[in-house]
Ligand binder design. Structure first.
Ligand code: FES
Length: 296
């Protein structure tokens, strides 16, 4: 079976839906406020402070450390020299610590997924739990001087890590988890009509489509703001969100953006929202990119 076919089989396992819902609900209970919206811990684990999802960075720790364990275990076996054992065991322990951190950040990111993303994410997590268990057992064997059993257990664990890593890569590159969901199309550089001025009232959030680019128009304190309408986090419709004081909150998972510069006021998104310049001419609200390039 080809890898792509195998991924499709996993994605189609609808029986994973029920456990996914239960686990995601439990994670959300811990990481989101009872009134809705993420807690500071949720923002931290998602990497809002870093401007980049934290999970993919932390996954490098167990994968790298356990690769070192594999290499040193191999050298110990080939050479028969026991002096590789300290390095192998230390790397194994570091990998376990890194795997726990990666699991926490991964759960924070995964709780916001739905459908195929969620099923694939759960499979990825289960494989990692098995790998973590195997590496824990390997460490116990090593501490009890059963190095042969410890090496075999670690080798099996490495197999689970590789499969899980492949699925993790597909979640990012295939399912677009952890990447910006801002559409690729860009506004023309020149002023574009967006909406009649008298159709946007104080406190309104309205969606306009300009050259196939969805734009959010907002009027607050008689000032007109324009931002990308599709939420960078997972594509939520900001025009259906909530207006706050100089901010808009996404209706899907509560990311909050400043109206004037699109900066993140709270996550889970790690990507700011693009903003556009606005003006009113002849009764029309017009929009163009901020800092447009001079026309040739
Ligand atoms: S889609 Fe998740 S916060 Fe907007």
């Amino acid at each position: 079976m080809e890898l792509l076919e195998a991924m499709n089989v996993i994605e189609d396992q609808s029986w994973l839906e029920a456990p996914s819902e239960t686990i995601a609900g439990a994670v959300s209970k811990v990481l989101t406020r009872p009134t809705g919206g993420p807690t500071r811990l949720d923002d931290f684990l998602n990497g809002v402070w870093l401007g980049h999802p934290l999970h993919p960075m932390l996954t490098d720790i167990p994968i790298g450390a356990w690769t070192v364990t594999l290499a040193l275990d191999g050298l110990e076996m080939i050479t028969g020299r026991p002096d590789f054992s300290t390095g192998a065991d230390t790397a194994l322990g570091a990998g376990i610590l890194g795997a726990v951190a990666a699991a926490l950040t991964g759960a924070a990111q995964w709780q916001y997924t739905v459908g195929r993303q969620r099923r694939l994410g759960l499979t990825h997590a289960l494989l990692n739990v098995v790998a973590l268990g195997l590496y824990g057992a390997s460490l116990a064997c090593r501490l009890n001087r059963k190095r042969g059993a410890g090496r075999v257990t670690a080798l099996i664990g490495y197999g689970f890590v590789l499969v899980s890593g492949y699925i993790g890569g597909d979640l990012v590159f295939g399912q677009r988890l952890g990447v910006t969901h801002i559409p690729e199309q860009e506004l023309p550089e020149t002023w574009q009509p967006a909406l009649a001025d008298d159709e946007l009232h104080e406190g309104d959030l309205k969606r306009a489509t300009i050259a196939n680019v969805p734009v959010l128009l907002v009027r607050q304190h008689d000032q007109v703001y324009a931002l990308a309408e599709v939420c960078a986090h997972l594509g939520g419709p900001l025009s259906e969100g909530t207006l706050g004081e100089c901010s808009v909150t996404c209706p899907w998972h509560g990311s909050r953006f400043r109206l004037d510069d699109g900066a993140i006021l709270n996550g889970p998104t790690t990507f700011p929202q693009p903003v556009y310049e606005t003006r009113v001419r002849d009764g029309m609200i017009e929009v163009r990119p901020s800092n447009p390039q001079p026309l040739p």
